[in-house]
Design a protein around this ligand. Structure first.
Ligand SMILES: Nc1nc2c(ncn2[C@@H]2O[C@H](COP(=O)(O)OP(=O)(O)O)[C@@H](O)[C@H]2O)c(=O)[nH]1
Ligand SMILES: [Mg+2]
Length: 193
């Protein structure tokens, strides 16, 4: 048991959501674009320096990694999705996987959706937040790497935050940085509740 009562251990890697454990244990999922800072954030939240890299070997990046939290819930590390190319109408299959999961996951309590603070929140992410409301999943939007922002970027980020808070009722938006630890304890509290 670590000092803040959070234990975490690798459980399994699965290729698709039909292979998820079929039990009633609550799930907390992390999703976001590749490079959004998901692995770093999961490691910071769980106090493990390398946990989220366990299966980050080439060829395994499309797998969903499941971790057991305090032996009573699952941390679900969803594969990172990419930015759509303008000329390419093909939807990213990982976005489809995340949407399938949201539509099907009865034990999913919170979706932590990570989005790099330097970018505005893309349409796919906004749609995922909508789906969360439909499915009674709590959406938490995490704006990552806020330590990298200059004054002007901070202003733009806060402006968008206010706009989203008006658009989505009770949306939870957390400004986070694994460098300064801003927002990390807030996220930890949500999965320990
Ligand atoms: N400055 C800064 N860099 C970060 C932060 N979080 C992640 N990074 C960097 O962003 C890059 C992608 O991070 P990673 O956790 O691998 O993202 P993932 O692809 O979403 O798992 C790495 O170079 C990290 O060191 C942060 O809070 N602040
Ligand atoms: Mg990663």
């Amino acid at each position: 048991m670590s000092k803040d009562n959070l234990t975490v251990e690798f459980h399994s890697s699965v290729a698709d959501i039909s292979k998820f454990p079929r039990n009633k244990m609550p799930q907390f999922a992390f999703a976001g674009r590749s490079n959004a800072g998901k692995s770093s954030l999961i490691n910071a939240v769980t106090n493990h320096s390398k946990l989220a890299f366990v299966s980050a070997t080439p060829g395994k990046t499309r797998l969903v990694n499941l971790f057991l939290l305090n032996k009573n819930s699952f941390l679900v590390d969803l594969p990172g999705f990419g930015y759509a190319k303008a000329s390419n109408q093909v939807r990213d299959e990982i976005i489809l996987l995340v949407n399938d999961y949201l539509n099907d996951a009865r034990e999913l309590k919170i979706l932590f959706l990570l989005c790099d603070s330097k970018r505005s929140v893309p349409e796919d992410e906004l749609n995922m937040i909508e789906t969360c409301y439909d499915k009674k999943i709590k959406p938490v939007l995490i704006r990552t790497k806020v330590d990298k922002l200059n004054q002007k970027e901070k202003f733009i980020l806060n402006d968008e935050k206010k706009r989203l808070e008006l658009e989505f009722r009770n949306i939870n938006i957390i400004l986070a940085s694994t460098k300064t630890k801003e927002g990390i304890s807030e996220i930890k509290k949500m999965i320990l509740k």
